[in-house]
Ligand binder design. Structure first.
Ligand code: GUN
Length: 285
């Protein structure tokens, strides 16, 4: 029997509806509109699409978004000056610097310059530390999207062996940290490019999360029958957008699978909205 679909698009629409109500209630009671400042440096086409979509989502739920689009040749000092301004601006609750930034700018310096209470990506070291300690201020958007997608489909992580393929700072590492927290209670293995006999490890997974950015990398032979497969990859190929998982083959083996597009991506964007509302609540009280 082919796998059931984990429909992120549908779920994201539902959560946006819930958030729109919460935002309206916040605006009515506090007289303040939650506001996200999105910073885009240069003209990377994919980044432009991501930022446009994030801003459209904000609009849909009543969050104000302000775009700061800087030229490709912007210096690190100029970007830091803008971030300092946004940090000081009390009408801005969340700050997002779209990654990647051009090579003359050091990503880590930029991320550390964002006020942690406005760091809605949860990339600042203070916020990463809080996640590890189980005291999060914000949850990182993509990992939280993965966990929410499982939870809202009543797929438990408790006691499950989750194998994550990919150790990025944006997905693999924070997801592993969240999954081992009490209450989530997964057993976690993180695989990467130096993992020996990767298929032997991925076949152990009850839940397999793939986030390595290689089109169709995970094939049916790498998946235990009945496993849940979550594909975080978005790869632009001649055949259009495809994930890191070879969907046709793997969906014959898995019990549940995310499509690409329409799986994790829409939930990632929803979590940014949630974090912006959380930031506004903390700022306004
Ligand atoms: N580039 C790719 N993913 C992300 C993300 O989650 N946040 C930001 N700011 N940039 C990204």
């Amino acid at each position: 029997m082919p796998a059931q679909i984990l429909d992120g698009k549908l779920l994201a629409r539902q959560i946006r509806g819930e958030l729109a109500e919460e935002v309206a209630e916040f605006v009515a009671s506090r007289g303040v509109t939650p506001t996200l400042a999105a910073v885009l440096v240069g003209g990377d086409p994919a980044s432009e699409v991501y930022v446009r979509n994030k801003r459209r989502d904000c609009e849909q739920v009543g969050i104000e978004s302000r775009l700061h689009h800087l030229p490709e040749e912007t210096s690190q000092a100029e970007l830091l000056a803008l971030i300092a301004e946004l940090n000081a601006d009390r009408s801005v609750h969340g700050i997002l610097v779209q990654l990647p930034v051009p090579p003359q700018i050091a990503t880590d310096v930029v991320l550390e310059s964002i006020d942690p209470s406005k760091d809605v990506d949860a990339f600042h070291a203070e916020n990463v530390g809080r996640i590890v300690q189980g005291q999060p201020r914000f949850l990182p958007c993509t990992p939280n999207g993965v966990i929410e997608l499982l939870k809202r489909n009543e797929l438990t992580t408790v006691g499950q062996h989750v194998v994550i393929v990919g150790r990025s700072d944006i997905v693999g590492k924070p997801l592993a940290n969240m999954l081992v927290q009490r209450g989530v209670d997964a057993t976690v293995t993180v695989c990467h490019s130096r993992t020996r006999d990767l298929p032997a490890v991925t076949r152990l997974a009850d839940i397999l999360v793939v986030a390595i950015g290689r089109a169709n990398f995970v094939t049916a032979e790498m998946v235990k029958p009945g496993a849940i497969v979550v594909d975080v990859g978005i790869n632009r190929t001649d055949e259009g957008l495809v994930g890191d998982v070879e969907f046709a083959g793997v969906s014959e083996v898995a019990s549940w699978i995310t499509p690409v597009p329409g799986g994790v991506g829409p939930l990632t964007r929803v979590m940014l909205l949630l974090n912006t509302l959380t930031a506004a609540r903390a700022a306004v009280g």
